[in-house]
Design a protein around this ligand. Structure first.
Ligand SMILES: Cc1cc2nc3c(=O)[nH]c(=O)nc-3n(C[C@H](O)[C@H](O)[C@H](O)COP(=O)(O)OP(=O)(O)OC[C@H]3O[C@@H](n4cnc5c(N)ncnc54)[C@H](O)[C@@H]3O)c2cc1C
Length: 153
């Protein structure tokens, strides 16, 4: 079962965290493409979407600094597109906080490894946003298939 039972999970997170997720070589992935998504289009609400890092408190000075920088990046992205630059090139000014959707499929052995590293932190302290996602997922796995995940603490 550890080898042959596959599980697929969908994460909504930022590009920084998705870079960490795709380092897990025994999983396969499908991710929203910044080459083909054009955030100026109506279906994206004519804006970019960003994920607030959980360490930044809404309304704080640091939060305002972060938000302003994201808004600047959005302006630069739209200016490039308006001037005929393709989304795949204009994306170079988008922030690491850009929202992304990533779907990950792996067998149970690989998910257990992923959760040990990213939720429990067996090899070092995970990024807080990565850890929050992984703990949430671990809790869902524990409630759905406790026999395979209950020992991960
Ligand atoms: C807290 C933390 C901090 C990190 N910091 C950094 C950093 O500063 N810089 C950085 O570059 N990365 C960093 N990483 C990422 C890390 O280096 C690994 O890329 C990541 O953990 C996934 O690799 P893995 O081998 O653990 O697991 P997976 O890629 O999920 O593979 C699972 C296991 O399968 C086996 N395996 C996979 N591929 C092969 C293969 N080709 N041959 C033989 N066996 C294989 C290994 O036993 C491996 O442990 C960090 C990770 C964590 C959790």
């Amino acid at each position: 079962m550890l080898e042959h039972y596959g599980i697929t999970a969908k994460f909504v997170t930022d590009r920084g965290i998705s870079h960490e997720i795709v380092r897990h070589r025994l999983a396969s992935f499908a991710q929203e493409s910044t080459r083909y998504c054009n955030y100026i289009k109506d279906k994206f609400g004519n804006e970019i979407s960003v994920i607030k890092p959980q360490e930044l408190v809404k309304g704080s000075f640091e939060y305002i600094v972060w938000k302003k920088q994201c808004e600047q990046a959005e302006k630069a992205y739209f200016k490039l597109i308006d001037n005929g630059v393709s989304p795949e090139t204009a994306r170079s000014v988008l922030p690491t906080s850009l929202k992304t959707t990533i779907v990950m499929t792996a067998n149970v052995r690989e998910w257990r490894h992923f959760l040990n590293l990213r939720a429990i932190g067996t090899t070092g302290k995970p990024h807080p946003d990565m850890q929050a996602l992984a703990i949430n997922l671990l809790n869902q796995f524990k409630s759905k298939i406790p026999i395979l995940f209950d020992d991960i603490k």
